[in-house]
Design a protein around this ligand. Structure first.
Ligand code: MN
Length: 201
């Protein structure tokens, strides 16, 4: 668990993302998904473990269909303080684009999470506002950075052809805003800043 890579990738005087620190929360099991309109729209799936957020980039986002396996690329640990982040990362900076807090709640591993994580088979229950029930993350042995995010069959399962959760529930659980609305807040700010009259004595 380290925030070294996370910090190396970012200039904290340019982005409003938190610098953060390694620190477990009282609950010790935060779960969240952020929708991120960077150069390619994707979903960032994060699980708290040992004071950081383990992080996966899910290009297509989660599916409630147990027959659908969604690629989840394991990326650098993020600070716990990232779990509330919503806003726009400036263009040209790492991950430049708008971030929307798409889902948040808690996760409950079905076995020792450290052992399961090392093994590359994490099975857990989610209690988010959108994602619920049993899920698993499985590491692909031939390409260790690549995992699969899969819904396990239970009462929360829905066929993807009938119900795409990313399409049905696109907005933020924090602000209820769409990604376009969050992006506009930033655009407005930028316009106000550039239009600010130059002070003259
Ligand atoms: Mn991202």
């Amino acid at each position: 668990m380290s925030l070294k890579t996370y910090r190396q990738k970012r200039y904290f005087n340019k982005t409003s993302e938190p610098k953060g620190k390694i620190q477990a929360t009282a609950k010790k099991n935060i779960y969240l998904t952020q929708k991120h309109a960077a150069s390619h729209l994707h979903y960032d799936f994060r699980l708290e473990l040992n004071g950081v957020l383990l992080s996966w980039v899910v290009p297509k986002g989660p599916s409630l269909d147990p027959n659908v396996k969604r690629l989840a690329v394991h990326v650098e640990d993020h600070p716990i303080q990232y779990s509330d982040f919503e806003g726009t990362i400036p263009q040209g900076e790492y991950g430049g684009g708008t971030v929307l807090l798409w889902d948040k709640g808690e996760w409950f591993p079905t076995e020792d999470p450290e052992v399961a994580y090392q093994k590359g088979v994490l099975t857990f229950k989610l209690k988010g506002k959108k994602l619920k029930g049993l899920w698993k993350l499985i590491r692909i042995k031939t390409s260790p950075k690549n995992w699969l995010l899969i819904k396990i069959d239970d009462e929360f399962t829905k066929p993807e052809t009938e119900y795409s959760i990313t399409e049905k529930l696109p907005n933020s659980v924090k602000s209820n805003r769409s990604i376009e609305a969050i992006a506009k807040i930033r655009a407005k700010l930028a316009t106000t800043q550039t239009k600010k009259p130059i002070k003259k004595d």
